[in-house]
Write a protein that binds this ligand. Structure first.
Ligand SMILES: [Zn+2]
Length: 199
C-alpha cells in the first residue's frame, strides 16, 4: 500500500510540470505546502486560479493580456511602425528590461523545430504578414535566440516576408552563440538592438 495519500502524490506530480523541478524537489515542495506553508499554499492556489481565468493572449501581438489588447499594444507612446518578433512572452520581458526598444511586438509562441515536431506552419506567418500590411509596419526585427532553430526560423521568416517590401533585421551583435534570448543580459540586448543587421 502506498505510504502517502493519493492527493499528496498528485500534488507532487503537478509540481513536476514546472521547469527545473524534478521528483525529489516536487515532493519536498508538496510536503512544505501541506505541513508548514498552508496559508502560502492557499494564496498560491488563488493566484494560479486568478491568473488562469484572467490572463489570455493579446488579440494583436499574442503577449499576455487581461483586456483584449495587452498593455504594450494599448500604449500610445510606443513606435507603431516597428515590430519585434520573439519566440515567447518571457523574451518580451527581457527586451523591455533592456529599455532599448520602444516599438511593438509579435509573439510566435514557439519556433521552427523539427526535433520537437514543429514545422514552419506553426509560426503563424499569415497572421504576422497580415499585421505588417494592416498596421503599416516599416521594419520587422527578428529577436530570436542564436540557436539552430532560431537561425532556421529567421531564414524562413526573412524569405517569407521578402515580397512585402518591409525591412527585415535580426539581432546579432554580441548575442551569445547558442543562447536563448530570455537569458541574455540587458547590456548585451541593448547592444544587439542598436547593432542589428539586415537579413
Ligand atoms: Zn499586444
Amino acid at each position: 500500500m502506498p505510504v502517502l495519500p493519493p492527493a499528496v502524490t498528485a500534488l507532487s506530480r503537478a509540481l513536476m510540470v514546472l521547469p527545473s523541478v524534478g521528483e525529489r524537489s516536487a515532493t519536498r515542495m508538496a510536503h512544505f505546502l501541506l505541513a508548514e506553508g498552508r496559508s502560502a499554499a492557499e494564496a498560491l492556489s488563488r493566484a494560479i486560479e486568478g491568473a488562469m481565468s484572467k490572463v489570455h493572449l493579446c488579440k494583436r501581438c499574442q503577449f499576455f493580456a487581461e483586456d483584449e489588447l495587452c498593455a504594450l499594444c494599448q500604449d500610445d507612446i510606443r513606435e507603431r511602425t516597428i515590430l519585434c518578433v520573439v519566440e515567447k512572452p518571457l523574451d518580451v520581458v527581457a527586451i523591455e528590461r533592456s529599455r532599448e526598444y520602444h516599438g511593438l511586438y509579435h509573439v510566435l509562441h514557439g519556433i521552427w523545430s523539427p526535433v520537437k515536431g514543429r514545422g514552419h506552419d506553426c509560426l503563424g506567418i499569415e497572421r504576422l504578414s497580415e499585421r505588417i500590411d494592416s498596421e503599416g509596419i516599416d521594419e520587422v526585427i527578428l529577436a530570436l535566440g542564436m540557436t539552430v532553430e532560431g537561425d532556421a526560423t529567421c531564414l524562413y521568416l526573412a524569405q517569407a516576408l521578402s515580397s512585402q517590401g518591409v525591412k527585415v533585421t535580426r539581432l546579432a551583435q554580441g548575442m551569445p552563440k547558442g543562447g536563448e534570448l530570455e537569458f541574455t543580459d540587458e547590456r548585451t540586448l541593448s547592444r544587439a538592438f542598436s547593432g542589428r543587421s539586415s537579413v
